[in-house]
Design a binder for this molecule. Structure first.
Ligand code: ZN
Length: 191
């Protein structure tokens, strides 16, 4: 047996073990009242925030989804992760984000990891300019349009305690609640 370990193998083993320690977080489902709690700003970028960002990113990829707000994993702090890349290899982190400009209007179909199986049209701004902190606590501004702009508005709504189905009529919301309640009962084996 060759006990010589090449650097590449050590790297491989490290990656393997770091994967084991990642945590997939449970996602709250509409109409869970905790989805309506307003998130508060992050004051300091400490290890717990970095771990949360890591876990949220893994949870988003695992779901799979293109965006996740901390509210959805029952952490009420202003943290959003987004990845709209096709390869799921370009995660973006937005801490304490706020929209400072918005323009245009578009109607597009949206879905949400907290409202599984539901896709409905929502009117959003076509373009937004966002100011936020990155995962190192550094401020940045970003102008987004199209899917990224929609995703940012959707996730910022979550931090504000709002789920996208709340833009729909009361009748549609009631139907969605009934459907999700049925799904939840089926999942727990109740009838
Ligand atoms: Zn959502």
């Amino acid at each position: 047996m060759d006990i010589h370990v090449k650097p590449l193998e050590i790297l491989h083993v490290t990656a393997y073990f770091s994967k084991l320690f990642m945590a997939l977080l449970p996602i709250l489902r509409f109409p869970d009242p905790r989805l309506h709690i307003k998130a508060t700003p992050v004051e300091t970028m400490d290890a717990s925030v970095r771990q949360l960002i890591h876990d949220m990113t893994e949870t988003m990829y695992d779901a799979p989804g293109i965006g996740l707000a901390a509210t959805q994993v029952n952490v009420h702090r202003q943290i959003i992760v987004i990845d709209i890349s096709e390869e799921h290899n370009d995660p973006m982190v937005f801490i304490n984000a706020m929209i400072i400009e918005r323009s245009g209007e578009r109607e597009g179909e949206e879905g949400c990891l907290s409202v599984p199986g539901v896709h409905e049209k929502v009117i959003r701004a076509e373009r937004v300019k966002v100011r936020a902190l990155d995962e190192n606590g550094q401020p940045f501004e970003l102008e987004a349009e199209g899917l990224l702009a929609v995703c940012l508005q959707h996730e910022l709504d979550h931090l504000d305690g709002k789920v996208f189905v709340e833009y729909l009529s009361q009748l549609k919301q009631s139907r969605i609640k009934a459907r999700l309640a049925k799904q939840a009962r089926a999942a727990t084996g109740q009838t």
